[in-house]
Design a protein around this ligand. Structure first.
Ligand code: S3P
Length: 173
């Protein structure tokens, strides 16, 4: 199968970017973050896309970008927390090695800090994170082949678990 070695999903604060970079290093492959590619393509930050063009525009860009990356990126891919809500993206993910990085409320809130650069966290950060976790956790779980807990764990520990769980290239479904 071509496409990413692993696709990391989970909410903001799950550690997708941190873990994704380290995982890619361990596997000797490139790392790609869907938000970074969207920013490159749009020529502005995710925050600015939300503010200037609206969330619907961001989601459309995100759908196209993720579809491109699933087809063309062969390293580790991490997806923005909301990318998996799109039905077309969900259908594409069915044939990929999807890894859900699970995080509970307390650790997610700690990791996002003041939520700078994360437009969906404007307002009360704790209640927004809780709402997103409640709404999305079942979606992440439904799409994942592998789930790795990240609460109170270091990125190195999480990476070790992901490495142990993902099938070597050639044995993927
Ligand atoms: C979003 C998560 C963000 C980014 C955008 C929307 C979401 O990515 O795509 O702000 O809907 O959860 P991270 O999960 O990488 O922070």
């Amino acid at each position: 199968m071509t496409g990413p070695r692993a696709v990391l999903i989970g909410t903001m604060g799950a550690g997708k970017t941190t873990v994704g970079r380290r995982l890619a290093e361990r596997l000797g492959v490139d790392f790609l973050d869907s938000d970074e590619l969207i920013e490159e393509r749009a020529g502005k930050s995710v925050q600015d896309i939300f503010v200037e063009d609206g969330e619907a525009t961001f989601r459309a860009l995100e759908r196209d970008t993720v579809a491109w990356a699933l087809e063309n990126h062969e390293g580790v891919l991490s997806l923005g927390g909301g990318a998996v809500l799109d039905p077309a993206t969900q259908a594409l993910l069915a044939s990929h090695q999807v890894v859900f990085l699970r995080v509970g409320l307390a650790d997610a809130v700690k990791r996002v800090g003041l939520g700078v650069g994360r437009p969906l966290l404007l307002g009360n950060i704790r209640s927004r994170v809780k709402q997103l976790l409640d709404e999305r956790t079942p979606v992440y779980q439904g799409l994942a082949r592998v789930t790795v807990d990240t609460d109170a764990r270091t990125p190195a520990d999480v990476v070790a678990d992901v490495l142990a769980a993902i099938a070597p290239r050639g044995e993927q479904l």
